[in-house]
Design a protein around this ligand. Structure first.
Ligand code: HEC
Length: 333
């Protein structure tokens, strides 16, 4: 254990050294993955066993969970946790991290290690062609300099859906293979929209991919707290209808996926808790946001499991409803 820690420290010092030496060559522009010659950035070889296509279960590393290979050097998993998570990425040889989660990526820790971050958030119920093309181009270009790690929060649903859609759209894997890797990641069957983007992916011609702008953001911010609350309200209303239908898709609203609505709510609360608006408020406010994120996350987990525990679901939902009211009384109305 001791030895492993020392090794990681050494590995990260090496990565920092690499970054500093590149920075001292006086380049101020952001790293452009298309034009950086591979030789200038000779990627450190993987020092811990990377996940393999032959794995039939996800791997866990220090600070990284649920890691699954979707192609050689294309991994999906959880958000990297602290220094350990980013050190593990370096040790896996990863060069580019693509977040499809709503939350703001830990860009500072990534930069310290010479990793590039790209932030392209997606929804819980699939994503449109425009976002798919961006993810395809970002992954294809990034892969040329080394392994790519795609993550969401838990690394089970959205990052797996994104990775599946990407490898199938690039023709690196068939759509069937992509879907079976999503099953290895543990993507819940309820995420029909996510499965559909991978299952229905067709190989995209290079000319179409090349036409997509490669100017990807390191961080995409949700525009403002109020907009976030409006989105929270939308997901909350959907869950209310879902509760009335016995925690199933309401017959008059067949497009609603219960687990996806709860996941979106959790994501939005986490996002707002970390945002400037909450940070300027008292500690209690941020804590309230985090509590609401945790309750929404519990709902998400419960809605992904069969048989549904109706009573527990409704109790958790009542706690969430009370939290909306309590916070509004104190901070809004
Ligand atoms: C920790 C505090 C907090 C929690 C929890 C919270 N809200 Fe809010 N919400 C606010 C604040 C503060 C505003 C006012 C923002 C402003 O106008 O600047 C607001 C505004 C709103 C608005 C009005 C947006 C508009 O168009 O002006 C809606 C709708 C809303 N919240 C719904 C919800 C729902 C539904 C929940 C629970 C699922 C919830 N909120 C939970 C703090 C909270």
């Amino acid at each position: 254990m001791q030895r492993a820690t020392a090794f990681f420290t050494l590995a990260s010092m090496f990565a920092v050294g690499l970054l500093v030496s590149c920075a001292s060559q006086g380049s101020k522009r952001p790293i452009e993955i298309n034009t950086t010659p591979a030789a200038a950035f000779s990627p450190p070889a993987a020092r811990i066993d990377p996940p393999l296509m032959s794995d039939d279960a996800p791997r866990d590393y220090d600070g990284l969970h649920n890691v699954v290979a979707f192609h050689d050097g294309i991994y999906s998993g959880s958000v990297p946790e602290g220094d350990a998570g980013f050190d593990a990425l370096v040790a896996l040889g990863v060069r580019t991290v693509i977040s499809v989660d709503g939350a703001e990526p830990d860009v500072a820790r990534a930069r310290q290690r010479g990793l590039r971050y790209i932030h392209l958030p997606i929804g819980y119920n699939g994503f449109n062609d425009e976002r798919k093309l961006e993810l395809v181009r970002a992954t294809r270009d990034a892969q040329r300099i080394g392994p790519v790690y795609l993550h969401c929060h838990h690394g089970k649903h959205r990052s797996a859906g994104a990775a599946g859609a990407v490898v199938a759209s690039l023709g690196w894997r068939t759509a069937d293979e992509a879907v079976s890797r999503m099953r290895v990641s543990g993507t819940a069957p309820g995420y029909r929209g996510l499965y559909a983007v991978a299952a229905e992916a067709r190989v995209i011609p290079a000319s179409v991919i090349d036409a997509v702008s490669a100017d990807f953001p390191e961080v995409s911010r949700l525009q403002g707290f109020v907009k976030g609350m409006v989105e929270i309200d939308g997901a909350f209303e959907h869950l209310r209808d879902i509760e009335k239908a016995g925690w199933r898709t309401p017959p008059d609203h067949p497009d609603l996926v219960p687990v996806a609505e709860a996941g979106r709510l959790a994501d939005l609360f986490r996002l707002l808790a970390d945002g400037d608006y909450s940070q300027r408020k008292q500690e209690e406010f941020t804590q309230w946001m985090r509590d609401s994120a945790r309750i929404s996350s519990n709902l998400e987990v419960m809605l992904a499991e069969e048989p549904l525990e109706i009573g527990r679901l409704s109790r958790e939902f009542a706690t969430l409803t009370a939290a909306c009211k309590d916070c509004h009384v104190r901070y809004r109305d």
